[in-house]
Write a protein that binds this ligand. Structure first.
Ligand code: ADP
Ligand code: ADP
Length: 225
């Protein structure tokens, strides 16, 4: 089943003489349960693509459809709600709120919607991620690998259909990288979650079942493995 699609997506930054075409007419379709690595040189458009698929950013032209809904038709508030519930975002530098405990950080998407967490599910994910003893700590008291685990727990709290990860292992050592990718694969398998992962790491890319290569804002290769 198709969960995510983009048609003729173009993104141009800047104005007049300073225009940069970050994406040039991208057509892509993702099935439920796809685990996709996005590779390409720095500046090729990977982050821009992820931001547009996650509705963090708007395309200059073209459309993005998630689960049958054209997200270009959403207003500002609807887009914010959509992002929290349908898409989990994971970044290289975790983006945890430094003044809040790990528990509050993980629950933040629910707190923003004034929703109560499902206690069993919360416990299941923090146990699986191995951060059950860190819930009352501040992010700065955690190692990089633990902070990334907390960020993944936050991304999973709404059981999103789609996980978008921008270099999630870019700041981690080999051991932690392998563990983080294994945790993402588990989530991909157990929840039939669609995962798109930007990576510079060839070993990480080879874990995916589909590899997209971007060059100058175009898909130059789309390989199923
Ligand atoms: P990647 O993630 O592959 O490194 P990006 O998507 O970050 O590539 O960037 C693609 C191109 O768009 C680059 O030329 C980059 O400099 C440019 N770019 C990205 N974000 C912005 C922005 N906010 N304003 C202007 N140019 C940008
Ligand atoms: P990543 O490491 O995820 O590829 P980048 O270093 O490309 O991220 O970009 C980090 C942030 O800076 C992003 O939010 C991006 O939109 C912005 N950015 C990237 N390139 C430019 C640029 N040339 N001008 C303005 N903002 C940019």
């Amino acid at each position: 089943m198709e969960i995510l699609k983009c048609s003729q997506v173009t993104k141009i930054y800047g104005k007049g003489d300073n225009q940069v075409a970050a994406l040039n007419g991208i057509d892509l379709s993702f099935e439920k349960g796809d685990f996709v690595a996005v590779v390409g040189a720095s500046g090729s458009g990977k982050s821009t693509l992820l931001h547009i698929l996650g509705s963090v950013d708007k395309p200059t032209a073209g459309s993005v459809t998630v689960d049958g809904v054209d997200i270009g038709g959403l207003n500002h508030r609807e887009a914010a709600i959509f992002r929290r519930r349908k898409v989990g975002l994971i970044y290289q530098f975790y983006n945890l709120i430094p003044t809040l405990t790990v528990e509050k950080n993980i629950l933040m998407p629910l707190l923003l919607d004034k929703r109560k967490p499902d206690k069993d599910y919360f416990e299941e994910i923090v146990n699986r991620l191995g951060i059950q003893d860190k819930l009352s700590s501040l992010p700065s008291q955690l190692s990089g690998g633990q902070q990334q685990r907390a960020a993944i727990a936050r991304a999973l709290i709404y059981r999103p259909a789609i996980l978008l990860a921008d270099e999630p292992t870019g700041n981690l050592d080999r051991k932690n990288s392998v563990e983080i990718i294994d945790l993402l694969k588990l989530s991909n398998r157990d929840m039939n979650q669609t995962i798109l992962l930007i990576t510079h790491d060839e070993k990480v890319a080879l874990e995916a079942d589909r590899i997209l290569t971007i060059e100058d804002g175009r898909i130059i290769s789309d390989q199923r493995r």
